[in-house]
Design a protein around this ligand. Structure first.
Ligand code: MG
Length: 262
């Protein structure tokens, strides 16, 4: 009797499995998704030698080689000094499609952003001067607070959480794909802003993925807080923020700067 019951149960389970297989029987089309269709955009194309690759058609262009109209000047090079400062139009010189950081003033984009993709090209001075942090130093402050370091690290050692590709004093880059001083280098950055609750507590940190010269140097890195030269990151609730380009006393050239909001 027991055997008959077990046999019957076995047959039932085979039948159920067969029925399920019938139900989920699939063809190639059943796993295809057709909508929504991603927007069609025109990617950048190689431009004249001086300007690099052009921006894709849906990008917000912050610098196209002509003028610094999308930027204002701010005093100094540390975020604390930049808060609430606006020294008027940015007077960084623009030569042959390149704008150069100039002593005493950093650059703040007029537009502010939440989540974004940022493309930017830079070159550190061809004439090598200084060592460590004193050589080709600049930086890209995401939302005006979190520094992705720009530094000439071609055969120029420094503390690794302050080298090019680092989130300054927070995250060491995965590699050092630096080009030689004076050669153009590219940063492609994907950034998602932190979230804060109504009490100002951070419920989700900012994340950043960075390619330097096409090589992954930050992989969905969580940002702990503000960039501090002395001490540790601070959590500071905020909304949209600008892109800041740091002046650190070295004339670093920038070109082809564009953002796509995400
Ligand atoms: Mg810097």
């Amino acid at each position: 009797m027991k055997k008959i019951v077990l046999l019957a149960m076995g047959m039932v389970s085979v039948l159920v499995a067969q029925a399920q297989n019938e139900q989920v029987k699939q063809n190639p089309q059943s796993s295809e998704i057709w909508t929504p269709v991603p927007p069609v955009i025109t990617p950048g194309v190689p431009g004249p030698t001086a300007t690099g690759t052009t921006a894709p058609s849906d990008a917000i262009v912050l610098f196209d080689g002509r003028n610094t109209d999308q930027w204002v000047a701010i005093k100094g090079y540390a975020p604390s000094a930049w808060e609430n400062t606006n020294e008027g139009p940015l007077k960084w010189p623009v030569t042959d499609g390149v704008m150069y950081s100039t002593k005493g003033f950093s650059a703040r984009s007029k537009q502010e952003f939440n989540d974004f993709q940022l493309h930017i090209e830079f070159k550190t001075p061809e004439k090598v001067e200084g060592t460590g942090q004193g050589r080709g130093n600049s930086g890209i402050f995401l939302q005006g607070r979190y520094e992705l370091q720009v530094l000439d690290n071609y055969d120029n050692p420094t503390y690794v959480n302050g080298m090019v590709g680092s989130i300054y004093k927070q995250a060491i880059p995965l590699a050092n794909p630096s080009r030689k001083p004076g050669e153009w280098q590219t940063y492609d950055i994907i950034y998602t802003a932190p979230h804060f609750n109504k009490n100002g507590l951070m419920t989700q940190p900012a994340h950043v993925t960075v390619l330097l010269n096409g090589v992954l140097v930050q992989n969905h890195t969580a940002i702990k807080g503000t960039t501090e030269y002395i001490g540790y990151p601070r959590v500071q609730p905020h909304g949209k923020g600008p892109i800041l380009l740091q002046d650190h006393g070295n004339p670093v050239g920038f070109r082809n700067i564009w953002v796509r909001e995400l």
